[in-house]
Write a protein that binds this ligand. Structure first.
Ligand SMILES: *[C@@H]1O[C@H](CO)[C@@H](O)[C@H](O)[C@H]1NC(C)=O
Ligand SMILES: *[C@@H]1O[C@H](CO)[C@@H](O)[C@H](O)[C@H]1NC(C)=O
Length: 509
């Protein structure tokens, strides 16, 4: 029921070409499922429906992964839930596609990776390995190639503490990296490390990074995360969400050709090195994902370009689109960003001079003063002009605003909307429309609306969650009438006074 946000579209990525007719994905039915799962050590099952769009997008990726994994004896299978409803139901399938890892019929876990060939391959290889593989001089070279990044601990056989710490971390992060360990002193020496230490082998950048501090779960995890992130990586559907959740800013290098991206990455490498672990640097294919430039307040038709995104506060720092991208210019810009001398760019429509309709129109520049007004319960609809669900909500939303404007709570409740494609908002908006209530006195803790989009349900939501328990059906005390009544009563009393006076006077007569 949501229109997708552009950011999410980037995650969903492009749909690949369909594979040929011969398939390495096993089609299972209720008659073949049990036998197949029992006779294979590890199976990834996709529960799908033929009409499902996400399933169609996954299909070529799934095929590709199945072909690669066939050699490692990891099987990929699929079950058409429109044909095998009972089988799907017995495994609690609620949406499509659902991917589950089976180790026999009783050991079933949800697939937690991305739906891309590379990610599926890497995830399943890690699933097929023990949490920590024993590494020897015979299999080390092969183990290094198990994934883009692998971790190997070299420890003394009697160093129980280091072994335990490493094993615990491996159990926690086994979906992320293959872990290996060796107590062979000669092997450690051959790899050029002292014991205990951990080597992170990677198929990019300098090829490996070494951890030599005391084994501590948190320190190793941080080391792994930093060392496993390419110095200058690539933003794409497989990496985007990791970059967004990394907790540090992301610097984008937009360029249209692979050559240009490589050239710029080469030129900016020293800057990435200087800020390693503090700012991620990545190139992005401007031909495929140029629309994403708009999210960074950069034009979508002029490349190359450069921007930093503060991922925690979602602030954007676009580099001057007219300036040339050179090492010196970007270094100065990044240094300025780090020292807080560069202001974030805020995209905003102009503040409307008058509010035309019943719904208050917010723009980025008026967002704080209206939404964060601590005396008011403020309902905000984040919409996109092209979104059909937003259009069908509009008349109902107007009606909702009218009803509060005519109620006793007209000064306490604000019904508002903001075009989130034309204005930067601090909130993370996953789809349109997103409706949130910012109750008075509780502005840092907005409540997202997820009910049916009817006038009655929205009004009830405001009443139940707002500070004032505002009831849209409670009529306003009409000020004009009240004033008139007051005026009349003053006149009346004056008249009585005069009359009394007259009476008195009369009495005097
Ligand atoms: C399932 O298999 C994994 C890998 O062998 C194992 O670590 C886990 O304990 C098993 N879970 C159950 C419930 O048997
Ligand atoms: C770590 O400890 C486990 C369990 O005691 C043991 O099986 C394994 O061989 C040890 N690893 C190394 C590298 O010594």
């Amino acid at each position: 029921m949501h229109c997708k946000n552009v950011l999410i579209a980037l995650v969903a990525g492009a749909v690949g070409a369909l594979a040929g007719s011969s398939s390495d994905v096993h089609q299972l039915t209720k008659d073949t499922f049990d036998e197949f799962v029992k006779s294979n050590e590890i199976v990834l099952n996709e529960f799908y429906a033929p009409w499902c769009g996400h399933c169609k997008a996954l299909a070529p990726e799934y095929e590709e992964a199945a072909t690669i994994l066939k050699e490692k004896n990891i099987k990929l299978a699929k079950i058409d839930c429109t044909e095998e409803a009972d089988l799907c139901q017995s495994y609690g399938v609620e949406g499509y596609p659902t991917l589950k890892v089976f180790r026999g019929l009783d050991n079933v876990s949800a697939y937690k990776g991305q739906r891309k060939a590379g990610a599926i391959t890497s995830y399943m290889i890690k699933q097929s390995l023990p949490a920590v593989s024993t590494v020897s001089k015979d299999n080390l070279e092969e183990f290094k190639k198990a994934d883009k990044v692998v971790l190997v601990a070299y420890v003394k056989a009697d160093d129980k503490a280091s072994n335990e710490t490493f094993t615990k971390l491996a159990e926690k992060l086994r979906d992320n990296y293959p872990f290996g360990a060796s107590s062979d002193a000669e092997l450690a020496e051959a790899e050029g490390v002292t014991v205990p230490s951990i080597v992170l082998y990677k198929d990019f950048d300098e090829g490996k990074s070494v951890f030599t501090e005391k084994f501590d779960e948190e320190a190793i995890e941080k080391f792994a995360k930093t060392a496993a992130t390419p110095l200058i990586g690539e933003v794409g559907p497989e990496t985007y969400s990791d970059y967004m959740s990394a907790g540090i800013p992301l610097a984008y290098i937009f360029a249209e050709t692979a050559e240009e991206r490589a050239e710029l990455a080469g030129a900016l490498k020293p800057i990435a090195e200087k800020h390693r672990g503090a700012i991620n640097f990545a190139t992005i294919d401007a031909k495929a994902f140029g629309a994403h430039a708009a999210n960074l307040n950069l034009p979508t038709d002029k490349f190359p370009s450069f921007a930093i995104q503060e991922t925690v506060k979602n602030q954007k720092f676009p580099f001057d689109i007219e300036a040339k991208i050179t090492k010196e210019a970007i270094e100065a810009f990044v240094d300025g960003f780090v020292s807080g001398k560069v202001d974030p760019s805020i995209k905003s429509e102009p503040i409307p001079e008058t509010q035309e309709g019943p719904v208050t129109v917010i723009v980025a520049k008026s967002y704080d003063s209206i939404v964060l007004d601590n005396d008011k319960d403020v309902l905000v609809e984040f919409y996109a002009p092209w979104c059909g669900h937003c259009k069908s909500l509009a008349p109902k939303y107007d009606e909702l605003a009218e009803s509060f404007a005519n109620s006793a709570f007209k000064d306490k409740v604000v019904i508002s909307k903001i075009d989130a494609t034309a204005n930067d908002v601090p909130d993370e908006i996953q789809g349109f429309p997103t409706i949130k209530l910012f109750p008075a006195g509780q502005k840092s803790d907005p409540i997202t609306y997820s009910g049916p989009r009817t006038v009655e349900d929205l009004a009830k939501f405001i009443k139940e969650n707002g500070k004032y328990a505002a009831d849209a059906s409670e009529p306003a005390v009409d000020e004009d009438e009240a004033e008139e009544a007051a005026a009349t009563s003053v006149e009346a009393s004056t008249a009585t006074e005069e009359a009394k006076e007259k009476e008195t006077k009369h009495d005097e007569l």
